[in-house]
Design a protein around this ligand. Structure first.
Ligand code: HDE
Length: 713
């Protein structure tokens, strides 16, 4: 027998994903219009007719092709996570992780691995609003040299259910109701809470979904989690459990509920626009990848099961090690081709990363490939440009709808002698994926492990770890969600369920929804806290990319405006001029400034903070503008930082910010910072004003103000 050729060493593909996509890009600038066959079209405004007023002719191939293509433009939206926004970028590891995993993209700090990320809401349809109360998807595709790795996570570290077989029930319960397809993109209806009241395992996730985590200020300001316990395997074959985390370098920040509802009307694309604009402006979102690594011998040392996706591994038990950074630096060229057609799958792993027996994960390993077959119309969706691996692919799979690859050679089977067995399996040392040789044995049972049955301790841990304002938000969220439930028995069952977590919380919920509190006050008997579960422990030292509204009318003080906006820009924020009309406004010394937005094209809910410079005439005018007063009141009510200099302080007095002290006319040069309202009368002290105002913006929100119910907005 002739000696067999050795397969070539894996060719490391040094192409970036951007270069890879180049061959598929089209740019019609300077080009003639053609049909799909490349025939130039001479006229596209009238169909071909028999006489000017006669019937359209079948032979009009251009008309038929144009209409037919249009008729087929839609594909089914994702059954969940239908609304999403994508971005390209790259990932770099800080130092080699060889001790824990042989994954090539986690070895070399100088290597940039291209990524594509899709953020999403879960429940709403493709056209639904961004700012609804919901979990957010955080799915990352790493185009590594060893093949594509997908980390398909969420912005909450736990999930609703423990076993994938319940997923269709969960989704049916939370999606709009059967008879009338209402409500859109909301859990606040009977069927969802009916399901909740009957499913104790959901309790921990409910605490997360009713917390501020469900209302992210930005995709750039939320965490991500792999949720399941996965496995790292090193070159020696040693396996360890691993939990994945993403943390945003801008800190974790949320919107407030009233604001989210208003944004849904003012700008339903709020989070999508935010991501897009940030990348266009060069404010590239950055996230650190973290891992919690657990030795196999420690598998049973926790009071929960590592295979149970309704549990976190508290940071106090296993610290997070931050191992690398992802930067998103390029918007897609085409939403449909990239963000809509991208297909994630938790089963896309590379050598060094492996699964565990988490029954939720095991079910997902089936579902994601299956769903693409209907959504993307056949088995060749991996050939769609955004889904193509950067690593070369060779196998004996053939044909099917929309096959792009032109396979050469006589054979499409293995083993074969005609082509020396090519393409042939790679041994492990040549990068062949070998599944972790975990020992498993047992009887076939349809059962849930006893170790999965504590549904309340971690829900209580979460509740205990919240700050007072966060607790208040959770209670109010229950009031809203259950307040929308019509069946009183359904409301009651949820109160009883929550009584297992914390008796006081159950009483506070009952109070707001017209049901009697549980007969006996319950609780999980947990007093522990895990401080980092609270968003108030997040980084609060940057105002990078925050949007600051500057309210202006004719006659403002130009010097003040410049000094403050320059300082804000210097710190990386984006001040925008808001006035009654588009065009320009003139300062007291005759300088013209361009208006970015008029009152009718924007609203305070679309900004992070407000600033009002001095100028006598300008302030007298603003006092008469209902929109300006409303703008301030609303920003105040939503606990946003407000800054005013010179006569600008008088506008705050006119808005009546319920008892928050502002700099008095006599206070010469002293800055006053009270509950995020920062004021100064004399511009001499503007530098210290800038410092305090920037500090107030970095804190994001000033929750003390929430108690001021009287402020109109
Ligand atoms: Fe998904 N999930 N999921 N999921 N999921 C989908 O796949 C599914 C779960 C997540 O931006 C679907 O391509 C089952 C957990 C994200 O394209 C579908 C179960 C987590 C995305 C599907 C889960 C997720 C999806 C719908 C229970 C966090 C959007 C369309 C076992 C760790 C990805 C699609 C994107 C999408 C099934 C639970 C995250 C139907 C059966 C847990 C981020 O395959």
């Amino acid at each position: 027998m002739a000696e067999q050729k050795k397969p070539e060493k894996r060719m490391v593909n040094e192409k970036s994903k951007d270069e890879d996509l180049e061959q598929f890009r089209e740019d019609s600038t300077g080009q003639y219009l053609t049909t799909n066959q490349g025939v130039r079209v001479s006229h596209t405004d009238d169909s071909l007719k028999s006489g000017e007023r006669g019937p359209t002719l079948m032979e009009d191939f251009h008309f038929r092709e144009k209409l037919t293509h249009f008729d087929h433009e839609r594909i089914p939206e994702r059954v969940v996570h239908a609304r999403g926004s994508g971005a390209h970028g790259y990932f770099q590891v800080y130092e080699s992780m060889a001790e824990y995993t042989k994954a090539a993209f986690l070895q070399d700090p100088s290597k940039k691995t291209p990524v594509f990320v899709r953020f999403s809401t879960v429940v709403g349809s493709r056209g639904s609003a961004d700012t609804v109360r919901d979990v957010r998807g955080f799915a990352t595709k790493f185009y590594t040299e060893e093949g594509t790795y997908d980390l398909v996570g969420n912005n909450m570290p736990v999930f609703f259910i423990q076993d994938a077989i319940k997923f269709p029930d969960l989704v049916h319960a939370i999606k709009p109701e059967q008879p009338n397809e209402m409500p859109q993109a909301s859990a606040a209806h009977d069927t969802f809470w009916d399901f909740v009241g009957n499913l104790p395992e959901i309790t921990h996730m409910i605490m997360w979904v009713l917390s501020d985590r469900a209302l992210p200020r930005s995709y750039r300001m939320m965490q991500g989690f792999g949720v399941h316990t996965f496995r790292f395997v090193n070159a020696a074959g040693k396996g360890r459990f691993v939990k994945f985390h993403w943390r945003p370098l801008l800190g974790v920040h949320s919107l407030v509920w009233d604001e989210t509802q208003k944004i849904a009307g003012k700008d339903p694309d709020f989070n999508r626009r935010d991501l897009w604009e940030a990348i266009e402006m060069g404010d590239y979102p950055e996230y650190e990848l973290g891992v919690q690594i657990i030795e196999e011998e420690d598998e049973f040392k926790f009071d929960f099961d590592l295979l149970d996706a309704t549990k976190i591994v508290p940071e106090e038990d296993v610290p997070i090690r931050w191992i690398g950074k992802m930067t998103l630096n390029r918007n897609p060229d085409n939403f449909f081709a990239e963000t809509e057609q991208v297909a994630f799958h938790p089963g896309n792993v590379v050598p060094g990363i492996d699964f565990t027996n988490d029954p939720l994960l095991q079910g997902r390993l089936f579902s994601y490939l299956d769903t693409q077959l209907i959504r993307l119309g056949g088995p060749n969706f991996h050939e769609i440009p955004i889904n193509r691996p950067l690593a070369p692919l060779h196998n004996n799979q053939r044909e099917g709808y929309h096959r792009m690859m032109i396979n050469r050679g006589q054979t499409s089977y293995f083993p074969n002698a005609l082509r020396d067995n090519y393409p042939r399996p790679a041994p492990e040392e040549e990068g062949g994926y070998v599944h972790y040789t975990e020992k498993v044995e047992g009887r076939k049972v349809r059962a849930r492990s006893e170790s999965f049955k504590d549904h309340f301790s971690q829900a209580a841990l979460f509740w205990n770890s919240m700050s007072d304002p966060e607790k208040e938000h959770i209670v109010k969220a229950f009031h809203f969600e259950l307040g929308k439930v019509e069946d009183v028995e359904v409301r009651k069952r949820v109160v009883d369920l929550i009584n297992n977590v914390d008796g006081d919380l159950a009483v506070r919920i009952a109070e707001g929804i017209g049901v009697s509190p549980p007969a006996t006050k319950g609780g999980a008997g947990v007093t522990k806290k895990s401080p980092n579960l609270s968003q108030l422990t997040t980084m609060m030292d940057t105002i990078k990319s925050r949007k600051i509204a500057v309210l202006l009318a004719e006659g403002f003080n130009h010097a003040e405006l410049m000094q403050v906006t320059q300082a804000l820009k210097g710190a990386g924020a984006h001040p925008q001029i808001i006035s009654q009309f588009h065009g320009t406004v003139r300062s007291s010394d005759g300088q013209e400034v361009m208006v970015d937005k008029s009152y009718v094209t924007t609203a305070s809910v679309l900004f992070d903070a407000v600033y009002i410079p001095g100028g006598k005439q300008h302030i007298e005018t603003l006092k008469t503008h209902g929109y300006a007063i409303h703008f301030i009141n609303e920003a105040f009510k939503h606990c946003k930082p407000i800054g005013a200099t010179g006569e600008g302080v008088d506008l705050l007095t006119a808005a009546d910010l319920e008892g928050v002290e502002t700099a008095s006319p006599e206070a010469d040069g002293d800055v006053l910072s009270r509950q995020g309202v920062v004021t100064i009368r004399n511009p001499k002290g503007i530098d210290s004003f800038n410092e305090r105002y920037i500090e107030a913006i970095a804190r994001h929100r000033h929750w003390d103000r929430e108690k001021k119910e009287r402020v109109p907005a």
